[in-house]
Design a binder for this molecule. Structure first.
Ligand SMILES: C[S@@+](CC[C@H](N)C(=O)[O-])C[C@H]1O[C@@H](n2cnc3c(N)ncnc32)[C@H](O)[C@@H]1O
Length: 228
């Protein structure tokens, strides 16, 4: 039984799902996504991430005029945690392939941002000019990328020099193997995650554990800064 599960999972890893498959999976879960994050304690854990000592120093330059991009924004939970951590609004942009996710994000973020710009699109080709953002964030979308370093390079293209990239991914392990049967997500070790960010040329790269309970077991985060 276990062997069967593992071999099915390996098949998923070998054949990355198409965008259409991923979109239909996330479209179907959009209406319950925010409740599920709350039930799993992940809303709280996103707060803990942005309050983590590894991240806080990279948020001190942000103010209400700052521009933040959330790649794979989903229902907006990661952006909301950032805004609540810095205790002020900002110009928030978000990109996602799922319209139903973006509809939820619009409701959740609309009164919390200086301006809100949500776009349906693929984060591998971001619809923004070079060096547009004061911070780029992503949560649990890199696991869907067949070429994670290339996707990170695209995020960094739109980041201003000296600005941080902050992200969370699923940790490689048994929990992730079971999750991947439905969500098709890869998992990474902290060394892998750090090496992806280092490969893009980011400076001060740090991959670290965060959160409590489920998140501590399942998630990893990393931060890096675009060279000036
Ligand atoms: C695991 S969910 C995470 C959502 C949100 N960041 C959060 O933490 O709650 C992954 C999200 O990435 C989106 N996504 C997957 N592949 C994408 C791509 N190539 N471009 C943009 N969004 C993508 C999905 O539609 C989904 O909303």
């Amino acid at each position: 039984m276990l062997l069967n599960t593992i071999s099915q999972t390996l098949e998923h890893w070998k054949a990355a799902p198409s965008i259409e498959t991923l979109r239909s999976i996330y479209d179907a879960s959009a209406h319950q996504w925010q409740n599920n994050l709350a039930r799993l304690g992940q809303l709280h854990n996103y707060h803990l991430l942005f309050k983590n000592q590894a991240v806080c120093p990279y948020l001190s330059h942000l103010d209400q005029a700052s521009k933040i991009l959330d790649c794979g924004v989903g229902t907006g939970a990661f952006s909301l945690a950032l805004l609540e951590s810095v205790a002020h609004s900002a110009h928030v942009s978000g990109v996602d392939i799922s319209y139903p996710m973006l509809t939820q994000a619009q409701q959740i973020l609309k009164n919390r941002c200086t301006t809100l710009d949500l776009r349906c699109g693929d984060i591998r080709r971001l619809p923004f000019a070079d060096e547009s953002f004061d911070a780029v964030i992503f949560a649990h979308v890199l696991e869907h990328m067949a070429e994670p370093v290339e996707t990170l390079r695209e995020m960094i293209r739109v980041l201003k020099p000296g600005a941080p990239l902050i992200g969370s991914v699923t940790r490689k392990g048994l929990g992730q193997v079971f999750m991947s049967l439905h969500w098709h997500n890869r998992g990474y070790t902290s060394n892998q995650l750090a090496s992806f960010l280092q490969a893009t040329g980011l400076e001060a790269v740090n991959a670290f554990d965060y959160g409590t309970g489920w998140s501590r077991w399942m998630c990893l985060a990393a931060v890096g800064v675009k060279p000036r």
